[in-house]
Unconditional design. Structure first.
Length: 213
């Protein structure tokens, strides 16, 4: 199975990628993972990417796509893959198509914006041991204090409500149009994110079962 997984920040893409990876024994790979691997291995595309990174510049789409194509055509992905975090826009999707990367399905995990904000802005992290909590789903015994080490909990900058809303706006404007793009190709599979992770996983597996060999 060659799969793209998409969804708003906090929709649970990473968690579901792990579940799909385990069931079908295919790697879940992010753009960052592939970029770091290419740089470490010193591939031609990796060296090109490194020259931009060393200069403090963003790696151009064509270089990123070249790295993705190299990675996806390697033995690591011979039985399939889950692509998480790319493409993020229609031009990137068109470039991926032009490079001849074949995709079997595009899974979109649907979660309402208000639920995303609740999920992400409710997260709390221990300032000392890094333990993770949530005010609604996994509250500490004492508000603002870590159960494990007694240190103060804090909200990551990325989880602040105003930051989450900005990220959602970017997603809706730039990435969400991919749903229509892939729907027109007959590849889009939408799954409603449930309150419980296990319930979402059950819906994902049911939706993807038709792609089993």
């Amino acid at each position: 199975m060659r799969l793209i997984i998409m969804g708003a920040p906090g929709a649970g893409k990473g968690t579901q990628s792990e579940k799909i990876s385990a069931k079908w024994n295919i790697p879940a790979v992010s753009t960052g993972d592939m970029l770091r691997a290419a740089v470490k291995e010193g591939t031609p595309m990796g060296l090109t990417a490194k020259s931009y990174m060393d200069g403090g510049q963003l790696v151009p789409d064509e270089v990123v796509i070249g790295i993705i194509k190299d990675y996806l055509s390697s033995d690591k992905c011979s039985d399939g893959f889950i692509l998480d975090g790319f493409p993020r826009s229609i031009p990137q999707a068109e470039a991926l198509d032009a490079m001849g990367v074949k995709i079997d399905a595009v899974l979109s995990i649907e979660v309402a914006d208000e639920k995303i904000v609740e999920r992400m802005s409710g997260r709390r992290i221990c300032s000392s041991c890094g333990a993770s909590y949530h005010v609604a789903y996994k509250a500490p015994k004492t508000e603002g204090i870590c159960d494990h080490c007694g240190s103060a909990l804090y909200i990551r900058d990325d989880d602040a409500a105003e930051t989450v809303l900005k990220r959602l706006t970017t997603y809706h404007n730039t990435t969400e149009p991919l749903k229509e793009y892939y729907a027109a190709k007959g590849l889009l599979v939408c799954v409603e994110g449930q309150e419980e992770v296990a319930d979402t996983t059950a819906e994902v597996m049911k939706a993807l079962s038709k792609f089993e060999a």
